[in-house]
Design a binder for this molecule. Structure first.
Ligand code: PAF
Length: 283
């Protein structure tokens, strides 16, 4: 694996590789604290025979809560080791100056319409603006043919697809969504799980159990009834619910009740202790 801190060096290396043989570039943007979920994205890129680039950059512009930014785990030595073992080809670890050379506001903003007003957009004002800025910049620097994203951040996946459309890059970069990786009990893997105590990890299982409960209730045709049972379950487990909602899986437009004509998704966000977790499930 080759490691680059400077975009110019990364680009020169990719150009050299391209001059040797035709290649497909697969890109996995991350903020580090890598887990099996991230490694499944690397595996997906390798399976498609991509020259695989992973970036680690904790993007300041997407944190609406400065405390969250400060506490974001940093585990570069372990991440590097994990990427080596996963046969990642290139690791790109730019600093803030490299990504935002003219300051945060100099980078073009994109608008994601209703996606910025529901669920994660509503709970984390400005978050998707920051994601849009950094992903646009990374795409321009890396110029990948494939972008691999995790299903756990379903709304982020839609935002990034909308970004690529607005950039007129649909012919350049195809988005590949990879299923969520869970631990044995069902907890969706997340870098934030590192901040959960053992007791909190058990309590956090109530998120996935809630998603399963809603899925099982689909045949009864009463979403609100199932939601009330989930609220009780979450309370018993000290999970502070932010939202639990049913949505059209393709657009994430909220639905008031089950609609068998549509592929649906249940989305959830809750705080377990000081840690905010999200999850979702196709139903
Ligand atoms: O999902 C993430 O880790 C981040 O939002 C991303 C896509 C790397 C942008 O900073």
């Amino acid at each position: 694996m080759v490691i680059f801190k400077k975009a110019a060096d990364l680009q020169a290396f990719i150009a050299m590789k391209r001059s040797e043989e035709p290649l497909k570039l697969g890109f996995i943007p991350t903020m580090g604290a890598l887990h099996e979920g991230h490694l499944s994205l690397i595996a997906a890129a390798k399976k498609q025979h991509c020259l695989t680039v992973c970036s680690i950059f904790v993007n300041p512009t997407q944190f609406n809560d400065p405390e969250d930014f400060k506490k974001y785990p940093s585990t570069l030595p372990a991440d590097t080791e994990a990427l080596l073992n996963a046969h990642c080809d290139i690791l790109f670890i730019p600093d803030v100056q490299e990504i935002y050379p003219d300051g945060f506001d100099a980078v073009k903003s994109y608008s994601f319409a209703y996606l910025e007003t529901i669920f994660e957009g509503a709970q984390r004002p400005g978050h998707f603006q920051g994601v849009g800025k950094v992903v646009a910049r990374l795409l321009e620097l890396v110029q990948p043919q494939y972008l691999f994203l995790g299903q756990k951040d379903a709304q982020q996946c839609l935002v990034i697809k909308a970004l690529i459309k607005q950039m007129n890059w649909e012919h350049k970069t195809a988005v590949v969504i990879v299923p969520t990786v869970r631990n044995e009990q069902g907890l969706a893997l997340s870098s934030r799980n590192l901040r959960l105590s053992e007791a909190e990890q058990k309590q956090a299982l109530a998120l996935y159990q809630s998603l399963q409960l809603i899925k099982a209730a689909k045949s009864n045709n009463n979403f609100e009834h199932a939601k009330q049972a989930c609220i009780a379950l979450l309370q018993q487990n000290n999970c502070e619910l932010e939202y639990l909602a049913l949505a059209d899986a393709a657009s994430l437009q909220p639905l008031s009740d089950f609609d068998r004509q549509k592929e649906m998704m249940v989305v959830i966000a809750a705080r377990v202790g000081a840690v905010r977790l999200i999850d979702n499930l196709y139903i």
